[in-house]
Ligand binder design. Sequence first.
Ligand SMILES: [Zn+2]
Length: 107
Amino acid sequence: MGTSDKDGHIIVNSRYLNNGDRIDIYLDVIHELVHVKQFMEGKELFDSRYDYVERPTEIEAYRYAVEEARNLGLDDERICDYLKTEWMSSDDLKRLAKKLGVKCNTS
Ligand SMILES: [Zn+2]
């Protein structure tokens, strides 16, 4: 799932929407809606001066998603699972989790 920095639309892979975990999809929607809001405020969504896991727009979007995950009663392990993506290194995951105050047991 992603947000276009051209027109602020949310882009979703239909296979993910049909087969993905419902909680993951829900949290992704929250994450992307934060980007839509940022886009409408004129913020630069993909500021390449920052690494993905350090980018202020990403941290803000993840903060809202993690807050909602906690409201749903998810524990740190499950939230960590959500944060983990196939293209993120375990070091990046650690940095992101630390910024968000989520405890990840990565080895
Ligand atoms: Zn994002």
